[in-house]
Write a protein that binds this ligand. Structure first.
Ligand code: C2E
Ligand code: MG
Ligand code: MG
Length: 642
């Protein structure tokens, strides 16, 4: 028979080009990537062997039959292995491979092993193929079994793709199913027209398609630093999870990288990141480095971390000075260690990683943690609260409670503090201290703060607080809100919408190290000029930074409830409170004390000459209806509040 080998030669060239490019690049060592590599090798070998069998057939009479036999059997075995590998590749794509037991793998390989052993004996039995007296290749009576094996694996692969379509994803399912159909079509043509050598092309076309759509090494690597990117971080983690092999993840979150970038410029910042990535590539043997985001890297390695020292050593060894174009750059990093198998799913681990990074950053530069169960629990709660916040914003179910602030001398409610409340259908009532902190981390506080202000404006529009002899409603303003360029515009657009007089609102602001003082001062002054007053909240808990009182336009200072409680507990003299009050009053500011719960608290504050009081002694925060009832009752009855 005169064979046509042109298709096979093209296939070998295509496979060689892909092979060269694929092995030239760095790839994450997943089963999927490894199987693809082996597929390229076996398909290319099969193609070359096929070409050789045809070339050799022309001079067959000069070649011993045993050699011809070995050559043809090798070609058929390589093709068989490629079929098995195609099947394994599809299973790996669905992320199921490590779940298969050894017995199952053996069972899966059985048809191929049977074919292989059958092939070894065919020299004697002449069942699959043989060589006639002219040394020409002849098909044996069982030659069709080769096709049976191809179809068995091909068919199972196809079925697997269909069954696992959800895991694989619709785009990949269509792509894989399509390529299986291409292979089957080629095999059918090959069966009916054995003169045309198409086996190589039937493999080269799918492998080329996979190379461009799934296996492209360019999609796996971060172009700037050359380490793996976040897109391959997740599948690699998944493989570890499914294999149940202990593994650990070290996360390096560089400190103040944005600031460094703005000092040395983006170009030098990029050079620095490249150097840092190269450093990570060397420090953990057998670890694979990933760039998770701009200034965060992770290294995955096998084995568990059993002591904090293993994490600390990476923090200590991290070079503190880096040279970029003869400039010394100071750089530090927070380091976190995670034991992978402590988590049930990749999602759980990733949530904890994000949460732990935020927590570590709060602690300051170069902080170092071996992240344990407590983090996991807090991060899960964090995630749930985050979801509850999104639900509440969508459903507009955030509510506002009002807590009266009383002047004892004037016997009136001078103001009320608006306090946000969140009752979630899943988590129930969530403490503001918890969800405000989370909302500040994820930026939802801006939306929540504006919703609260809107509700307060609505309340003011529907209720004449002047009638109750009240001065204003106090609204808490988060430091995150205060850092917005257009804060004034945003606030007044809400007030204007409800036609609220700015003097009806007082904003409470808590001292924060996170605030840029310049921006804070600029924003507060602009709003103050337009008639809204400000109170400094929770005084006595933070740094008690005097610059706040001197430079920012506060009219009132609110003493934190803990200051009152600890002063009473420690039997400290009322002089202390009195002095603070005098000091604040001398600056022309008024004082409110929070947290007065008992008669004893009231007497203590009276002796300290503090007049304005907020606390459960008078009333807890009340829902809108109860607060209106409370105010009407005291206003109408002229009931004494003291
Ligand atoms: P804060 O602004 O200092 O509000 C006072 C907190 O003390 C309120 O807690 C109030 O219920 C509580 N409190 C008042 N008197 C007493 C008392 O006699 N005994 C006790 N045990 N507690 C008393 P709440 O409502 O849980 O709010 C906690 C914090 O959440 C607030 O502290 C504030 O920082 C924040 N927050 C509440 N609502 C908002 C809001 O709308 N926006 C922002 N950004 N933060 C808010
Ligand atoms: Mg407050
Ligand atoms: Mg307070």
């Amino acid at each position: 028979m005169q064979y046509v080998i042109h298709f096979e030669i093209s296939a070998a060239i295509i496979l060689l080009v892909i092979l060269g490019d694929y092995f030239r690049h760095k790839k994450i060592p997943t089963i999927q990537n490894k199987t693809y590599g082996w597929l390229l090798i076996f398909c290319f070998s099969g193609s070359v062997l096929n070409i050789l069998t045809v070339l050799v057939a022309e001079i067959a009479t000069k070649i011993p039959i045993v050699l011809l036999h070995i050559l043809n059997a090798s070609f058929l075995l390589a093709t068989g292995i490629s079929t098995v590998l195609f099947f394994i590749y599809t299973v790996a794509l669905a992320g199921k491979l490590r779940k298969l037991h050894t017995a199952a793998v053996f069972f899966l390989l059985l048809p191929y092993l049977a074919e292989a052993s059958y092939m070894l004996f065919t020299y004697v039995t002449k069942q699959v193929f043989y060589f006639d007296q002219m040394h020409q290749y002849q098909q044996g009576p069982m030659h069709w079994t080769l096709y049976l094996v191809y179809y068995l694996y091909g068919g199972s692969g196809f079925l697997w793709i269909i069954l696992q379509r959800r895991k694989i994803g619709i785009r990949r399912t269509l792509l894989l199913a399509g390529t299986f159909l291409i292979i089957s079509l080629f095999v059918v043509i090959q069966y009916y027209y054995p003169r045309y050598m198409l086996i190589g092309l039937s493999a080269a076309i799918p492998l080329m398609i996979y190379y461009h759509s799934i296996q492209n090494p360019y999609n796996q690597v971060d172009t700037l630093t050359g380490v793996y990117n976040r897109a391959v971080f997740v599948p690699y983690l998944k493989e570890f999870f499914e294999s149940k092999i202990p593994f650990s993840v070290y996360v390096f979150a560089l400190d103040d990288f944005k600031q460094i970038n703005s000092i040395i410029g983006i170009k030098n910042g990029d050079i620095l990141l490249k150097k840092v990535a190269q450093y990570f590539d060397q420090i953990i043997p057998n670890g694979n480095v990933f760039r998770l985001s701009g200034d965060q890297f992770a290294v995955i390695t096998s084995g568990a971390i059993d002591k904090i020292e293993s994490v600390e050593i990476h923090m200590r060894n991290f070079p503190k000075v880096w040279m970029i174009e003869e400039t010394e750059i100071q750089l530090t990093s927070c380091v976190l260690g995670f034991n992978g198998l402590e988590y049930q799913t990749v999602g759980e681990l990733l949530t904890t990683v994000d949460y732990a990074i935020v927590t570590a950053k709060k602690e300051g530069k170069s902080s170092c943690h071996l992240v344990d169960r407590t983090y996991k629990e807090s991060s899960l709660l964090n995630k749930k609260v985050n979801e509850a916040l999104i639900r509440a914003i969508e459903k507009d179910s955030i509510r506002v409670y009002y807590q009266p602030i009383v002047s004892r001398k004037e016997n009136r409610v001078v103001a009320a503090e608006a306090l946000v409340r969140l009752d979630d259908e899943v988590l129930g009532s969530i403490a503001p201290d918890l969800f405000i902190q989370i909302a500040e981390q994820n930026g939802l506080i801006i939306k929540i703060g504006e919703l609260v202000l809107e509700k307060v404006c609505m309340f003011l529009k529907n209720n004449d607080i002047i009638k109750w002899n009240m001065d204003h409603i106090d609204v808490n303003l988060s430091v995150i809100q205060c850092m917005q360029e257009n804060l004034e515009e945003r606030i007044f657009s809400i007030l204007d919408q409800y036609e609220i007089d700015p003097s009806m609102i007082d904003f409470e602001i808590t001292e924060s190290a996170a605030a840029s003082f310049g921006m804070l001062e600029k924003n507060l002054q602009k709003i103050y000029q337009r008639g809204i007053s400000f109170s400094l909240d929770d005084f006595g808990t933070g740094y008690a930074n005097m610059e706040y009182i001197v430079r920012l336009p506060f009219d009132t200072i609110k003493l934190d409830k803990n200051l009152l409680w600890t002063s009473i507990e420690s039997n400290s003299k009322t002089e202390f409170f009195k002095n603070i009050t005098h000091f604040i009053n001398n600056m022309g500011l008024s004082v409110i004390c929070e947290g007065a719960e008992t008669q004893e608290h009231i007497e203590y504050l009276e002796k300290a000459e503090i007049d304005c009081i907020q606390g459960y002694f008078y009333s807890p925060p009340l829902c809108e209806e109860d607060f209106i009832r409370f105010m009407n009752y005291f206003y109408e009855k002229k009931h004494t509040l003291s």
